[in-house]
Write a protein that binds this ligand. Sequence first.
Ligand code: PLP
Length: 420
Amino acid sequence: AAARKAYTDANPLSRARYEAACAVMPGGNTRTVLFFEPFPLCIARGEGCRLWDADGHEYLDFLGEFTAGLFGHSHPAIARAVKDALDNGILLSGHNMVEARFAAAVCARFPSLEAVRFTNSGTEANVLALATAKVATGRSKVLVFDGAYHGSVLSFARGVLPINVPHAWVVGTYNDVAGTEALFDAHGDELAAVLVEPMLGSGGCVPAERAFLEMLRARTQRCGALLVLDEVMTSRLAPGGLQSELGIRPDLTTLGKYIGGGMSFGAFGGRRELMDRYDPRRTDALPHAGTFNNNVLTMNAGLAALELLTPETVRELSARGDALRTRLNRLCTEASVPMLFTGLGSLLTVHFTARPVRCGADAASGNAELKELFFFDMLTRGIYLARRGMMTLSLPNGNAECDALLVAVASFLEERRSLL
Ligand code: PLP
């Protein structure tokens, strides 16, 4: 309560903007994930890995737009690509000069993508991948996992099924090999697809165990369902996506976030024979229009983004994130508190629990009050992160910024020790 009050007192202009927004948007909000009590911050400006809110506080940005902001705010190369689109037409009512180049760059980067189609968001990419699977298999059930997030209409957090999406869901427990095998035994013949993140992202940065993903690959092959890997968040973790690191080749992959250079972006792709169902020359072609699918802003920004992101850059960022998480966890162990940071590479989430975090329920079982305290505490120390405790490293978050985060967490552990 004291932390909330201090936050309220420190942010009168964010509060005023929130109250005004409530008059015209439900809860003052058009992105549910950004809401928190007593009111969310209003961010006025960003540059590199720094943010300034409406009340003038400066933050080190450790949220990185939930992974879409990999390049930092207003990266000059991406700004140039966007400006070029602004100068020459951002939506040209036709095919354009850059979409096939961008598609080639995406397919070259992720070897399981023999062909790709663009969407406007990761949500849309997943909706289309599932539609593809249903048509390809003639089946209707989809196996997903508790705690998974596949987009705004495809959230499986804490037993909640998505609203108004016409699939028959079978919901398994993440990383539970035996339990999931039982679901294949019961439903395998009716499954169109298994949709899975190779690490639960929003669900708490919970990496999949290799045996779990290998079982999903083998069992989908055996029962004739498609394996759809949602790499909207995880594709940044290795040069060919997390799938390449794990040696798992899915039938379809969905992408999003940073690949569009910070513009609205999503993509789905995979086996040629599946993707060819969208070939408009076919008499039985599946429809997939979308006014903004090939908009030049995103195509240009995405191409510039992928050019910046060499395999070395990807590996370096992952190594920096792994080193940071190791050091953060060492602080927690030394302080002997039930607190840990899970994740892979540049993606991490703090949990206030003593139990290992292997599935959505483990991630949801932590102490919610301590997580809230951590969040407000970090804000007062100038560290911006997600209210649910997720953090990401973007390219501009270098060693100095990681050290600043470590100092902030060390101070939190020392000053709040009696509460932990
Ligand atoms: N899939 C995963 C794993 C995600 O983390 C997200 C967004 O957080 C999505 C899909 C949805 O992407 P978008 O927000 O672009 O619709």
